[in-house]
Design a protein around this ligand. Structure first.
Ligand SMILES: [Zn+2]
Length: 183
C-alpha cells in the first residue's frame, strides 16, 4: 500500500501516540497563514506568521488537541477608519476522533491530524466584529469627517452651533459635582 504523503503547515504526525491512551506530545508550530482569514473589517493576512503551542493527548476516542494560537490581525477601526493591527491569542481544544468512533467535526487521518481548519475557525471566530483603534475612539467628526481622536485636547475653535452650545452648558452643569449655590 502506498501511503499518501501528506503535507501542510498545520499537519502533525500522531503515529507514535495513536491508540495509546495516556500518551501526550507537545509541539510548537510556526507557519505563515496560508490564506487570508476573516472577511470583516479586520483579518489575518495571507503570509502572517501564526505560532501554535499545541498539546496532543491520546484518549480512547482519538486525539485530544488543545493549545494556543498567537498571531496578528490587521484592518481598520470601525469608528474612525484608520489602519490598525493587534496581536491575537486564541485558545482551543478539540477532539480528533478515530474514523468511525464518534461523530465529531474533526477526524484523525491515517497517521496525522491536520489543524488548519480548526485553527482558521478559532481565529476567525475571535476576530472583533467592531474593531477599534483604542477603547474610547471618538470616531469621525460628523460635520468635517475628520478623525476626532487627533483633535483630542485641543481647544475648540470657531463658533459652536448654538444648539450644541446649549447642550454643552446642560452637560457641564450636570457633570459638575461641586455644590452649586442655590438660586
Ligand atoms: Zn478609531
Amino acid at each position: 500500500m502506498v501511503r499518501k504523503h501528506v503535507t501542510g503547515p498545520f499537519v502533525i504526525p500522531i503515529r507514535d501516540i495513536a491508540h495509546r491512551s495516556g500518551e501526550m506530545r507537545e509541539h510548537t508550530i510556526e507557519a505563515p497563514a496560508p490564506e487570508k482569514w476573516g472577511e470583516g473589517l479586520v483579518s489575518v493576512a495571507e503570509g502572517e506568521p501564526v505560532v501554535i503551542d499545541v498539546r496532543l493527548e491520546s484518549v480512547h476516542e482519538g486525539i485530544l488537541v488543545s493549545g494556543e494560537i498567537d498571531t496578528e490581525y490587521a484592518g481598520i477601526c470601525s469608528r474612525c477608519l484608520i489602519d490598525i493591527a493587534e496581536g491575537l491569542k486564541v485558545e482551543f481544544q478539540e477532539l480528533f476522533a478515530y474514523p468511525g468512533e464518534e461523530e465529531t467535526d474533526f477526524e484523525v487521518q491515517d497517521d496525522h491530524v491536520d489543524l488548519e481548519t480548526l485553527v482558521r475557525e478559532a481565529v476567525v471566530l475571535s476576530l472583533p466584529f467592531q474593531p477599534v483603534c483604542q477603547p474610547d475612539c471618538p470616531g469621525l467628526d460628523p460635520v468635517t469627517g475628520e478623525r476626532l481622536a487627533e483633535n483630542a485636547g485641543t481647544p475648540q475653535s470657531g463658533p459652536l452651533d448654538p444648539r450644541w452650545a446649549a447642550l454643552q452648558d446642560f452637560t457641564t452643569s450636570h457633570d459638575d459635582d461641586a455644590p452649586r449655590p442655590r438660586g
